[in-house]
Design a binder for this molecule. Structure first.
Ligand SMILES: C[S@@+](CC[C@H](N)C(=O)[O-])C[C@H]1O[C@@H](n2cnc3c(N)ncnc32)[C@H](O)[C@@H]1O
Length: 246
């Protein structure tokens, strides 16, 4: 896996904003409360995408700046959250002033960043003792049909993503970790859209992508836990880390 390919994958979301917003899960309120300090007011949601986490932060009454490099992802965010403060920027160059936010959140995106540069940028925009949180929603592949879905969407994928403690550097306290378990109800047909929103599929040639999506449809139509159902519960755990500026 070359760095150039990783960058292409990071940029692939520009092609799949609609699928992303339609199919990806949000975040339970207990997660959102854990990742932001009780006394926070101004929050930077970094790599905000289509606003899945931004919406939950706004719902808690926080003032949120959403920074996202992809124009298509930002457009979905503004469509679903009219009036949101959505700005162009990256984790390495947010464009925010020094010491301007109480908290920074990074959902499903730390693996696309350059960690040393992103950590320094996050430390720069945080107020003294401000908090950063890094989190990922991870499917429970121990469930048979979920494991089969995962096997299909990873066919031919050479990128390994580690959902592990972020290397935030010495500007931050040692990260605290928490795991939250929950389920996302969805229609079996949505499993195709969820697959189509993934960076690996977004970059595949059309015929190869269609072959994987057809395999997902076949799974939904034939697996005993999926076929004929109106709704299924996709089990997730959200792995979260939070750390304060020293
Ligand atoms: C999987 S999406 C996560 C979106 C949103 N946080 C969520 O939880 O749904 C990853 C996002 O990271 C963005 N991204 C990729 N590289 C980035 C970087 N270097 N800085 C900021 N955002 C980046 C992509 O454009 C994409 O919108």
């Amino acid at each position: 896996m070359t760095e150039a390919h990783r960058e292409d994958r990071a940029a692939s979301f520009e092609r799949g904003a609609g699928e992303y917003h339609a199919a990806r899960p949000g975040y339970p309120t207990e997660v959102v409360r854990w990742i932001v300090p009780d006394d926070a007011h101004d929050v930077l949601d970094l790599a905000a995408g289509t606003g899945k986490l931004t919406a939950e932060l706004v719902a808690l009454g926080l003032h949120v700046v959403a920074v996202e490099p992809s124009q298509a992802m930002r457009a979905e965010l503004v469509r679903s959250l009219p009036g949101a403060d959505a700005r162009t920027g990256t984790a390495e160059a947010t464009g925010l002033p020094d010491g301007s936010v109480d908290a920074v959140t990074v959902a499903q995106a730390w693996h696309w960043f350059d960690p040393p540069t992103a950590s320094a940028e996050i430390a720069r925009v945080l107020r003294p003792h401000g908090q950063v949180a890094v989190l990922w929603n991870i499917r429970d592949d121990e469930i048979d049909w979920v494991g089969r879905w995962t096997e299909i969407v990873h066919r031919g994928d050479t990128l390994t993503t580690r959902y592990e403690e972020p290397a935030l550097g010495e500007a931050f306290t040692a990260p605290e970790h928490a795991t939250f378990r929950w389920v996302a109800p969805m229609r079996p047909a949505d499993l195709r859209t969820l697959a189509a929103s993934r960076s690996h599929l977004l970059l595949l040639p059309d015929d190869e992508r269609e072959a994987l999506l057809d395999a997902i449809d076949e799974l939904a139509a034939t697996h005993p836990d999926l076929r004929g159902r109106d709704q299924v519960d996709l089990p997730y755990r959200t792995e979260c880390w939070r750390a304060r500026l020293v």
